[in-house]
Design a protein around this ligand. Structure first.
Ligand SMILES: C[S@@+](CC[C@H](N)C(=O)[O-])C[C@H]1O[C@@H](n2cnc3c(N)ncnc32)[C@H](O)[C@@H]1O
Length: 348
């Protein structure tokens, strides 16, 4: 059920609220999209993520963790933030037997993840994870869900857009720029056309800064849609804020809060800047290239060969299994699909 009537009532009483407060309530507040019993990132849910497309994704990340174990001289603790159903960790643990933790705020996802890592290692916050010793943190499609502030470039400079009320509906209203949003937009907004919209990832960056501050040695791997500030400029006329529901692009974010995912492209420039500021080495590459580097394209060639051999003289059922695994690998690597996601790896 949508929480729009409650929001309309609160805003009518107290006045407009910043966009990030609206998004926080719509996704994670009472009645929010990620709060109910439903797991959102699965085939029967609202969007399909790489770990749900195939266990090959988690297995390939297992190869990445194994390479990190070589570099660090010990098998690191693995922490997945926003672990969803636990599919990524399940496949990863088949490749490398690490101590794994899932950080999740959705109850449905916490329950699902507990079957993979055990109840004691599913926690709601980074505060509950031990950060002693080498650690690898993975987050797939987490940061695009962090609440953002909205800024629009006008004739007279930048303005924010907050959420106000128009009768029984929610609407965007102009608001002056807060200092933290101004700093962020001036550094990472890019060369935006007049009327263009920028989602300021002030909260996502604060989370990332805190995370890097907790890890003494290890790596962080952030996988998501988005790009650098510069590359996002052509998407700025309308901004990148959007909704998903039942695997389709959904309605206006203000129309059915609580019933749709609300998401925005991740601006990797601000994350890269934080890595340099805090003394971490970092790389940014496409998912296709990252997965290839850790063996998925080689695996795909093997699957193609295997399928051909089975077509000649094999068991038809086995051939179907191999073919579907091959299709999954192709989906993860697809240049105009999941393969075009970005992977930031930070190391220290
Ligand atoms: C888009 S889903 C992705 C799930 C999973 N990583 C996948 O790829 O299938 C985002 C998940 O992040 C969780 N989440 C959002 N903010 C979080 C936070 N601050 N800490 C932990 N989990 C969070 C949500 O509950 C949701 O399960």
């Amino acid at each position: 059920m949508t929480i729009r009537p409650e929001l309309v009532e609160v805003i009518t009483r107290t006045g407009p609220i910043p966009f990030e407060e609206f998004q926080e309530r719509a996704l994670y507040g009472s009645g929010g999209f990620f709060v109910g019993d439903a797991l959102r990132s699965v085939k029967a849910g609202d969007f399909l993520t790489s770990p749900e497309v195939s266990p090959l994704f988690g297995e390939t990340l297992g190869a990445f963790v194994a390479a990190e174990a070589d570099r660090l001289g010990a098998v690191p603790r693995v922490v997945e933030v926003g672990a969803g159903s636990g599919s990524l960790l399940k496949a990863l643990l088949e490749v490398i037997p690490a101590e794994a933790w899932a950080v999740e705020i959705s109850m449905a996802a916490q329950i699902a993840s507990s079957y993979v890592v055990g109840e004691d290692r599913v926690v709601p916050s980074l505060d509950d994870v031990p950060f002693d010793g080498p650690t690898v943190v993975i987050a797939n499609e987490l940061l695009d869900n962090f609440p953002v502030a909205l800024a629009v470039r006008t004739d007279s400079g930048w303005e924010e857009r907050w959420i106000g009320v128009d009768g029984k509906d929610l609407c965007l209203v102009a608001a002056p720029l807060r200092d933290e949003v101004a700093d962020w937009v001036n550094r990472f907004g890019g060369d935006v056309p007049l009327g263009g919209m920028v989602e300021a990832h002030v909260l996502g960056d604060a989370w990332f800064r805190e995370l890097l501050g907790r890890i003494e040695t290890g790596a962080v791997c952030i996988i998501d849609y988005g790009d650098t500030a510069e590359a996002l400029v052509p998407r700025r006329s309308f901004g990148t804020l959007r909704t998903y529901r039942s695997h389709h692009r959904g309605p206006d974010p203000l129309a059915f809060p609580g019933e749709t995912d609300i998401t925005a492209d991740v601006n990797f420039s601000s994350l890269l800047a934080l890595c340099s500021e805090l003394g971490w080495e970092s790389t940014l590459e496409r998912q296709e290239d990252f997965l290839t580097r850790f063996g998925l394209r080689a695996k795909l060639s093997e699957l193609r060969q295997e399928e051909l051999a089975l077509a000649r003289d094999g068991d038809p059922m086995q051939r179907l299994i191999v073919r579907s695994r091959k299709n999954e690998a192709e989906t993860l690597l697809q240049s105009r699909g999941l393969g075009d996601f970005r992977v930031l790896v930070a190391r220290r």
